[in-house]
Design a protein around this ligand. Structure first.
Ligand code: PGA
Length: 277
């Protein structure tokens, strides 16, 4: 990590006014995203505040939180430094879709990124790759970046089909187009590792991330080299250091261990080797 990353002002500048000239350096920092799922009322805003305050000292990581829709606006107001995003969006800009939330609404509430295609959305709501891609496009059109989630089931891994499944999901879910690679992150989350305390071996993670990298280069050409690939599934303070050291692992999507500042900061510290004071 370059010493230029050690100043909080630099971090503030990036959030307030993204500067393409520093993008390459920033991409070297691990991107650690907390996914709060359907957890959190306003009583949890203190955790977001504590994470944000600590983020100023944890300059070696880019930190973001995806709270439930109902907390996006409040979290954005609490947090100056970390990214705040959404866990899903509807593909349409607006319309007669009772109970749904559009990407422009999320952007208006303060979200700067949107997770799409999480396996819980794919399984609970039957979201196909095509739907996930439309959601990603909607988020990009609204001016947000996207985290597109992919991952195989345990049966698919046991059948030796993990890589085929994941690459097919990427083929079908990742949006295309000029400049899109700059705003897309892929999260590889094996379904069987989510919330179970089980993780793939480092060799398996390395093999999958390398296959995903090749696929992204096939899709985006050279720009595919810069697309961040997160690992997700039972990341915690004890395994984050090892996982984040794997080649082509650019960060982590963290569920359970992001729900308290204590644990989430533990993940960030382990991922970056940084000191918390
Ligand atoms: P987990 O969830 O860290 O609780 O396994 C990860 C995710 O689903 O994003």
């Amino acid at each position: 990590m370059g010493s230029a990353l050690a100043t909080p002002l630099y971090f503030r500048h990036r959030i307030a006014d993204p500067d393409p000239t520093v993008k390459k350096t920033m991409a070297l920092r691990p991107y650690i995203v907390g996914n709060w799922k359907m957890h959190g009322t306003r009583a949890m805003l203190g955790e977001a505040r504590a994470i944000d305050r600590a983020a100023e000292r944890l300059m070696k990581a880019e930190v973001a939180l995806a709270p439930p829709f109902t907390l996006i606006h409040a979290t954005r107001k609490e947090a100056d430094l970390i990214g705040v995003g959404a866990q899903d969006c509807h593909p349409a800009e607006g319309g007669a879709h009772t109970g749904d939330i559009s990407a422009p609404m999320l952007k208006d509430a303060g979200a700067s990124f949107c997770i799409v295609g999480h396996s819980e959305r794919r399984s609970d709501h039957g979201e196909s790759d095509g739907v996930v891609k439309s959601k990603a496009e909607a988020a990009l059109n609204a001016g947000m970046s996207v985290i597109v989630c992919v991952g195989e089931s345990e049966a698919e891994r046991d059948a030796g089909r993990a890589e085929d499944v994941v690459l097919a999901q990427i083929e079908g879910s990742v949006p295309r187009g000029e400049g899109v690679a700059d705003s897309v992150t892929v999260a590889y989350e094996p379904v069987w590792a989510i919330g179970t305390g089980r993780t793939p071996t480092t060799d398996d993670i390395a093999a999958m991330h390398s296959a995903i990298r090749n696929k992204l280069v096939e899709i985006f050409g050279n720009s595919g080299e810069g697309v961040r690939i997160l690992y997700g599934g039972s990341v915690n303070p004890d395994n984050a250091g090892e996982i984040l050291a794997i080649e082509h692992v650019s960060g982590a999507l963290v569920g359970g261990a992001s729900l308290t500042a204590e644990k989430f900061l533990g993940v960030i510290v382990a991922a970056t080797g940084d000191q918390r004071d």
